[in-house]
Design a protein. Structure first.
Length: 657
């Protein structure tokens, strides 16, 4: 468009030509190769063709960009022509290199998360291994050839997950000062802070925060290295924590578009979105059999509902309503029409309640529970040991529990959207699912038939246990924890709710013992082993210094939600939307005599600080306009309502020293 209002349209046609770039290879995951010495090649015609593609839409997500730069913490030469750069932090991004050596010097940069006992980078823990097959080596590699003109190499067509880089070149030295790491992820606005008197808990909060950011690269990936897939299960686990740390409304909204796009014709939600396998178009693919899992597909319900509760945006519910209904209706249909083999053997004809048991299709289950040890101390992986048995195991307890949660949440969504008939229908169905779960999986004494820590956490956190049996169920959970020498045995789906369930059922002391546990499996074991992000495996670096699986897998970092909701004590009151009503109910512990934190809510900044001095607890709260607050002391004393402004109160509590 020119000043006089005229326009000039520039388009490609048969007269256009192309020539070779200095970038000779570029892959989002594998890496980029740049040859500065390569001159432009002969001009070649550009292919002119018509491309059919969906219309480009505005993205509600913030951009992915370089958010920080850090020099290498140390650079060690481990042999001739080989250096290891330690950046002191596992993150996503790339490195820049300004010292490329004389002309024709080739520099190879490998990225990874762990350095072995020999001081060299190792990535074998990230190799792809399938039962009965050899490993597929994991590689993140950039290469650059110098032209000798003082160029700086900075890849822009790839991104890596790493805390270390191995730099190799022959016949030329390396200036350590020339190495800089660029930290790259979606530029999320921080909305939550936390600090307390325990430095380990502050550090745990920090590494969980880093782990989420390293996986918030346009979509919520499981890890920034090996798979880099936006698994639905990971984000539905972490979303309630993410909303406490950052404004993730636009980021999540953009991702949910992909989740809806990838939904299968029958209503199943893909395991990850965007789905590069395009499972909805390849239903004969083996992976299609493993699509539609409880705790994964339920993200289409859980994530929009969490966003609505946190931000008050009804549009997020409207946008996803149809996909929510299709998912829940598919799960209900599957519950009615399929049965697990163990129940068929029990009774050829289904018992009346079985039409609401979601047990006859594939579920990932609890996933990544601490691995058992053989007599020789080696780790037993049930999937590698007997994949068929793992695949065919009865996971109906998990499936039915999540079917109840999603169906009851869908009823809540219907009420918000004014869909009265839908709300009544799904409320009734949810009650039938819950009764079926109780009939099949709960004994009269409050024990679950599976009798695992995860099962009790799920039953208590999702409201599956009748009020009169909650105390017994919680007591049994504590027995199992004590029986494991005060260690957790939970995995993917229940770990984030473990500590809140314990604290809310009168066992805050046990919750803090688990939180502060230093031997594996525990969070502080990760700290003591030098973790700078949350690991996928509870023993991501074992006692021998050997690495296992991804060392940046944020789901278990959901534990830090407990630091916000219970240690700090700041949470929304039940039924509150967009922080219009809050409750400040700190759960002190002798090892944590003070805590403070803030949350940038849609109503404004909420700030909480509390401190114990001897037998006195003082709580100070800053309440923004349009928000009401109540303060609940550990003895049950309540100060309410607290209007906007600053409020402070002191009460006598039990001694904390």
């Amino acid at each position: 468009m020119y000043a006089d209002g005229s326009r000039q349209v520039v388009r490609s046609d048969e007269t256009w030509t192309s020539t070779r770039s200095v970038i000779t290879r570029a892959d989002l995951m594998d890496g980029q190769t740049t040859d500065f010495h390569a001159g432009p090649g002969a001009e070649q015609p550009v292919l002119v063709d018509q491309v059919e593609a969906p219309a480009i839409e505005w993205s509600p997500a913030p951009p992915v960009r370089v958010v920080a730069s850090r020099p290498a913490q140390s650079v060690k030469q481990v042999q001739d022509g080989l250096w290891i750069a330690d950046f002191g932090q596992n993150a996503s991004g790339w490195i820049t290199l300004s010292d490329l050596g004389p002309a024709d010097t080739r520099t190879v940069i490998d990225y990874g998360e762990h350095v072995g006992s020999d001081g060299d980078l190792t990535t074998s823990h990230l190799d792809s291994v399938r039962p009965g097959e050899g490993p597929i080596p994991f590689v993140q590699r950039d290469e650059v050839v110098s032209a000798g003109r003082g160029e700086t190499f900075e890849p822009r067509h790839t991104v890596h997950g790493f805390g270390y880089a191995r730099i190799r070149r022959d016949g030329a030295p390396l200036d350590p000062a020339s190495i800089t790491t660029r930290i790259v992820h979606t530029d999320l606005r921080r909305t939550g802070t936390f600090a307390c008197s325990d430095d380990d808990l502050n550090r745990l909060h920090e590494i969980a925060d880093w782990s989420f950011r390293g996986n918030a690269v346009d979509v919520p990936t499981d890890c920034p290295t090996r798979e880099r897939l936006a698994w639905t299960g990971d984000y539905q686990v972490f979303a309630p924590t993410a909303t406490r740390l950052y404004d993730v409304l636009g980021f999540s909204r953009k991702w949910l578009r992909s989740v809806r796009d990838d939904q299968l014709p029958d209503g199943r939600i893909a395991n990850f979105s965007p789905d590069g396998r395009r499972i909805k178009h390849h239903l004969d693919d083996q992976f299609a059999m493993m699509t539609g899992s409880a705790g994964w597909g339920d993200a289409i319900i859980a994530v929009p509902w969490e966003l609505y509760r946190s931000y008050g945006d009804r549009d997020i519910l409207t946008e996803n309503w149809e996909a929510m209904v299709r998912w829940v209706d598919w799960a209900l249909h599957t519950a009615r029409t399929t049965r697990h083999q163990s129940r068929i053997e029990r009774s050829p004809e289904p018992l009346p309640h079985e039409q609401y048991l979601w047990d006859g299709s594939f579920h990932w289950g609890e996933w990544t529970e601490p691995k058992a040890k053989a007599a020789d101390g080696s780790r037993i992986d049930p999937i590698q040991t007997n994949p068929i048995a793992w695949f065919m195991a009865d996971k109906g307890e998990v499936g039915t529990a999540f079917l109840y949660r999603s169906t009851s949440t869908l009823a809540d969504v219907a009420r918000v959207l004014g869909r009265t008939e839908d709300a009544a229908r799904y409320t009734e169905t949810a009650e039938r699912v819950r009764e079926a779960w109780r009939t099949e999986f709960l004994t009269p004494d409050g024990h679950t038939t599976g009798d695992t820590q995860a099962g009790y956490v799920r039953a208590l956190s999702l409201g599956l246990v009748p009020d009169e049996l909650r105390e017994a169920a919680a007591a049994r959970l504590v027995e199992l924890i004590r029986g494991a020498d005060t260690h957790l045995t939970t995995g993917f789906l229940s770990t984030g709710d473990l500590l809140p369930v314990l604290a809310d059922s009168g066992h805050a002391d046990v919750a803090y013992e688990l939180l502060l546990q230093r031997t594996a499996p525990s969070w502080l074991y990760m700290l003591d082993r030098g973790a700078t992000t949350i690991w996928e495996d509870w023993e991501g670096i074992d006692d021998t210094g050997t690495a296992h699986d991804s060392l940046n897998h944020y789901s278990k970092g959901a534990v830090i939600r407990f630091l916000h909701t219970h240690t700090l004590g700041l949470r929304q009151t039940p039924g509150s939307i967009a922080w219009e009503s809050v409750e400040v109910a700190p759960v002190p512990h002798p090892s944590v005599p003070w805590a403070r934190g803030t949350h940038e809510s849609p109503q404004g900044t909420i700030a909480v600080e509390w401190r114990t001095t001897g037998d006195r607890l003082t709580i100070t709260v800053d309440v923004p306009p349009a928000t009401t607050a109540r303060i609940v002391f550990p003895d049950g004393t309540i100060e309410e309502p607290v209007a906007s402004g600053r409020f402070s109160a002191t009460r006598r509590v039990g001694k904390t020293d």
